[in-house]
Design a binder for this molecule. Structure first.
Ligand SMILES: *Cc1c(COP(=O)(O)O)cnc(C)c1O
Length: 640
């Protein structure tokens, strides 16, 4: 850290880094370079060094390949480093606490099911025997395509039918460590029957419902949650297994406390309760050896390092220590061997992996054009009164005057529907109020003096962004989940304006509602001034977990392009396979439009128009050609 001796006259990249709290949420993976570009720091393959890559450079390489924004950039090296860090931190905690067993990580497929992610995970995880967690038969099919390591686990959660169980048992027969976790007591019957038929001994787990859930999705966990077995059901399962003489089949106790558990205290409390259940199972003579603590490792999305929903009050070593220590002390207390520890951290390892980059297509700027010099001769008397008052503002009474003007404007606008004032008069009333609002905010030196319903807060630009919140940040739309967002270039100059990002859907939910901000004013994003047509790019960070496969096609905006970026010795970086986003044709086909039929109908329409003499045959051909070209192109604006 360098001391600032005097306030610097000019803004530099460090100021931006501070403004957008990059250090807090970036976790060392993201930064701002001296030239004002946002960067990603990727570990290089052979050394422990990192290479800093400019995000705008990556985008311009993509542009030169004809790939336009919006695009999701993936950094496989970050996925790799997150799982290694998780593994190393558990190893360290195990050494530190004198824990007498090992740790194994599992990647829960549902966090990001794309083929590429699974492939990368199983490659990176090989040395660590990192396993996979699946929640359905289809996820098991995906896992079996990639995971053939006999020392890694495949943990099967989710409700199971006969075919799911049979598939798992056969894979186990072929030497894989496939664990069937009971989510419902009745699954035991299916498993017992299938095991008999296939003449094999299954590796069983049982999912325990903690009596208290926590974290953001706590309503789906805890005693009243949907998944897992309560105490009574676990006792029943154990009694049943004892009757069959199969107590040794049940080897894993599993629990999942919820996602984004922001408090370390909750994590310890969950581990303690589960450890007691494990100890009870061991005491009953059950062959338990593995304790699987599920997911829940949180991400500090807002960089506040607190126990709030968008943050967490701990770091990775704290998390590992809390789990290892808690479980160790319960086991030592009752005098049983330490179980092997497994986790299913999803969000915690995948969030940093992806960045969504989109461009701003246009902006509606807050402009104060000054007071109108004169009003129309027949202007409404209230409008005259507003003008009069606005011309004679007095600083000490600004607040009251502003309030009064606000009421007068409302009375004008309210009379519009009945036809008693004109649209021009409404516009003049808005303009006068805008002017006074600005004066008032300048006088009070506050950015958002008033947020009058119809008028944007003072100085706030509406930025029309070339993406869809519904497709690309579904958790922001559905759950109000926070994501750090900032411009990815020009960060060496001061972002002096304030913006609100709205997407292309024209839906009132299609906007980003909260932003990282050092102060409490988090409803606007500091942005630069840019001219219409100028390229202005924004990144939404930490979008690697859950966002890519939950999106919906609101207004038929489809999936975005996706590309992996890796460091490379010669050129700095290479682009992996580019997975193209949906074309309009894809989006329509997905919703069961028959494209051939559509084209026939459009051609017939064009022919008729020629026959009726409305357009020439050439124009008709042009129309059909354009229609086809558009069908084949990206669903987003052709401006990025
Ligand atoms: C979703 C889920 C996870 C992953 O949770 P994160 O909060 O992303 O770590 C792990 N285990 C189970 C059973 C899950 O349902």
């Amino acid at each position: 850290m360098h001391e600032r001796l005097s306030p610097r006259a000019t803004w530099n990249h460090r100021d931006s880094e501070e403004l957008y709290r990059v250090k807090n949420w970036g976790d060392g993976h993201f930064a701002v370079a001296e030239n004002g570009d946002a960067t990603v720091k990727l570990p290089t393959a052979r050394t422990t060094d990192t290479r800093e890559l400019s995000l705008p450079d990556i985008i311009s390489r993509l542009n030169s390949r004809g790939i336009k924004l919006p695009v999701v950039l993936r950094f496989p090296a970050l996925l790799h480093s997150q799982i290694s860090q998780l593994h190393d931190s558990f190893q360290a905690a195990i050494r530190e606490c004198g824990y007498q067993n090992e740790y194994r990580g599992l990647y829960p497929i549902k966090v990001n099911q794309r083929a590429e992610v699974l492939k990368e995970m199983s490659q990176f995880g090989r040395d660590l025997h990192y396993g996979l967690e699946v929640g359905s038969k289809t996820e098991l099919l995906a896992a079996l395509a990639h995971m053939h390591d006999p020392d890694a686990f495949i943990v099967c959660n989710g409700y199971k039918d006969e075919s799911y169980v049979a598939l798992a048992l056969r894979a186990a027969k072929m030497g894989l460590q496939v664990v069937l976790v009971l989510e419902m007591p009745r699954e035991l019957d299916t498993i017992l029957a299938q095991a008999k038929e296939l003449r094999t001994s299954p590796l069983l787990g049982v999912r325990f419902k903690l009596t208290h859930g926590s974290g953001r999705w706590s309503s789906s966990n805890g005693e009243n949650g949907l998944f897992g077995l309560n105490a009574t059901q676990i006792v029943e399962v154990v009694d049943r297994l004892r009757e069959c003489g199969k107590l040794d089949w049940l080897q894993m106790l599993h629990y999942h406390q919820g996602s984004q558990i922001s408090s370390l205290q909750s994590i310890s409390a969950g581990a303690e309760e589960a450890a007691r259940v494990y100890a009870w199972l061991a005491g009953e003579g059950v062959g338990v050896r593995y304790l699987n603590t599920g997911g829940g490792l949180a991400i500090d999305y807002d960089g506040s390092r607190t126990a709030s929903n968008s943050s967490k009050n701990y770091d990775l070593p704290d998390y590992c220590r809390a789990i290892v220590n808690t479980i160790r002390s319960v086991m030592d207390d009752v005098g049983i061997a330490h179980p092997m520890l497994l986790t299913e951290c999803g969000r915690g390892v995948a969030a940093h992996y992806s960045v969504l980059v989109f461009n701003i297509a246009d902006a509606a700027r807050f402009n104060v054009s000054g007071l109108p010099t004169h009003l129309p001769v027949d202007a409404d008397p209230v409008l005259r009164e507003m003008h009069e008052l606005a011309c004679n503002l007095t600083i000490p009474c600004l607040r009251e005057q502003h309030e009064k003007l606000s009421g007068m404007r409302a009375s004008i606008v309210n009379r519009f529907p009945s036809g008693r004032v004109s649209l021009r008069e409404c516009a003049l009333a808005d303009r006068i109020l805008h002017y006074v609002t600005l004066q008032a905010s300048l006088a009070e030196n506050s950015e958002s003096f008033v947020k009058d319903g119809a008028l944007a807060p003072v100085g706030v630009d509406l930025l029309y962004a070339n993406f869809s919140v519904f497709q690309s940040l579904p958790d922001h739309w559905a759950l109000g989940q926070f994501f750090p967002v900032m411009p990815i270039h020009r960060l060496n100059s001061k972002p002096a304006r304030h913006g609100i990002i709205t997407d292309l859907t024209c839906d009132s939910d299609g906007k980003i509602k909260t932003y990282v901000h050092p102060s409490d004013e988090s409803n606007t994003l500091p942005v630069h001034h840019f001219e219409p047509g100028e390229n202005y790019m924004i990144g939404a960070f930490l979008t690697g977990a859950y966002q890519e496969t939950l999106g919906d096609m609101h207004n038929l905006f489809g999936t975005t392009h996706v590309v992996s970026v890796e460091v490379d010795d010669e050129q700095g970086f290479t682009l992996g396979r580019i997975v193209r986003g949906d074309s309009s044709r894809n989006a329509l086909t997905f919703l069961e439009y028959d494209i051939e039929r559509i084209l026939e109908s459009v051609s017939a329409f064009a022919r008729n128009s020629v026959n009726e003499g409305k357009i020439s045959p050439e124009e008709s051909q042009q129309f059909v050609d354009e229609y086809e070209t558009n069908l084949g192109s990206y669903t987003y604006l052709n401006s990025g």
